[in-house]
Design a protein. Structure first.
Ligand SMILES: *Cc1c(COP(=O)(O)O)cnc(C)c1O
Length: 373
């Protein structure tokens, strides 16, 4: 494809940092680049505590462990999300309860959340689709009323906000992704943001194979021991070096992504993506909703013929084989999710997409619409 769906970025100092980290002799986790990336993430998100992880998937697994979820516990979440949002909880035997999405933002429909609560519900997981914030006021109220934890799968929302407050700072726990397709990336990586002070110490232990090695390295204990369950969730400092190099130029990455997003928005306002008031979005993705599946497939092939790689997105979890086996659908069903999943097209959007290429994508979409008229 002449214009691929994604082109990973190499930040100005990324090559240098990667080399320095590889040559330093400190290639395991929690070295100097991990500290640097962690500090930059804390500044960006305002989170109380940040732990780098090997992926957003693993950060989500940590949230399920930290909330002590047991077989039969229920977790309310959207059906319109990535599989990891559900898998992390299914691994603990918990049951995902799938709620439909809003037709405007494709976010968890807050109006359907309370009807999904039962005596077994333990948490609500929100996904800020495209980094456009969920209705956090309403969702937080339901959670407080029923004593439920809120987890934000903030894979899309680094740098975004809801009424001025950064995404990732609303839940007791939140997760970030630094996968190659995200705004900031180290190939494969993630982070756990901890806003509930009571979970900080245990999170550190679970991430380090269930040991208090982090405290040992800080000189707080004279040996480290097996303290709890856990696994190995910390990334190599070499990966953290690449991440730090990208986070250092976060504003510039965002400026370039917004330039593309704004051009798409100007061209497609009305049938493209919607951002309700009170939200700053991070230009993570741009989508169009076609009238039906036929025309969605038609547009994808038309763009491919012109050398532009566009793509669909999440296939509903509630109707997927594993979703039916492990989860259940909340009262009200997931009709909007099934509908939009068939009609959605994501356009190329990344910092390295030039103005000329952006214009070419816009012209390619227009030529499909014109041909159909
Ligand atoms: C990308 C993504 C993930 C998974 O991220 P990894 O870092 O690849 O594990 C989880 N949830 C959402 C909403 C995502 O977009």
């Amino acid at each position: 494809m002449r214009i691929p769906f994604n082109r990973p970025l190499l930040a100005p100092r990324e090559r240098e940092y990667l080399t320095l980290a590889a040559e330093s002799g400190q290639t395991s986790g929690d070295g100097p680049y991990t500290r640097r990336a962690t500090e930059l993430l804390r500044e960006l998100t305002g989170a109380r505590s940040v732990l780098l992880t090997t992926s957003c998937t693993h950060a989500l697994e940590l949230t399920a462990l930290l909330l002590d979820l047991r077989p039969g516990d229920e977790v309310i979440m959207p059906s319109f999300t990535f599989v990891s949002t559900a898998n992390a909880f299914v691994l603990r035997g918990a049951v995902p309860v799938f709620v439909d999405c809003r037709p405007d933002t494709l976010n968890l429909d807050e109006r359907a959340v309370e009807a999904a609560v039962t005596t077994r519900t333990k948490a609500i997981v929100v996904v800020h689709y495209g980094g456009v914030a969920c209705e956090m006021d309403a969702i937080t109220k339901v959670a407080e009323r029923h004593g439920l934890a809120v987890v934000e799968d903030n894979a899309h929302g680094l740098g975004a906000s809801y009424h001025g407050r950064p995404l990732g700072s609303f839940g007791a726990l939140a997760t970030q992704s630094f996968h190659a397709t995200k705004n900031v990336s180290c190939g494969e990586g993630g982070a756990l943001l901890i806003n509930d002070e009571r979970l900080v110490e245990r999170a550190e232990i679970l991430r380090e194979k269930g040991t208090d090695r982090s405290r040992f390295y800080r000189g707080q204990v004279d040996k480290y021991r097996w303290m709890d369950v856990g696994s190995s969730y910390l990334p190599s400092d070499v990966l953290a070096a690449g991440l730090a190099a990208q986070l250092e130029v976060f504003d510039e990455i965002q400026r370039r992504r917004h330039r593309v997003w704004d051009a798409y928005d100007a061209a497609f306002a009305g049938w493209g993506m919607a951002v309700p008031p009170g939200r700053e979005h991070p230009a993570h993705l741009y989508y169009l909703l076609m009238p039906d599946l036929g025309r969605r497939q038609g547009l994808l092939s038309h763009l491919a013929e012109l050398g532009v790689q566009a793509t669909f997105h999440y296939q509903p979890l509630h109707s997927a084989p594993a979703g039916q086996r492990f989860g259940r659908v909340a009262p009200g069903g997931c009709a909007v999710t099934s509908d939009v999943a068939d009609r959605l097209v994501r356009l190329p959007l990344y910092a390295r997409l030039s103005e000329a290429e952006t214009a070419e994508v816009i012209a390619a979409v227009r030529s499909f619409v014109d041909a159909a008229d």
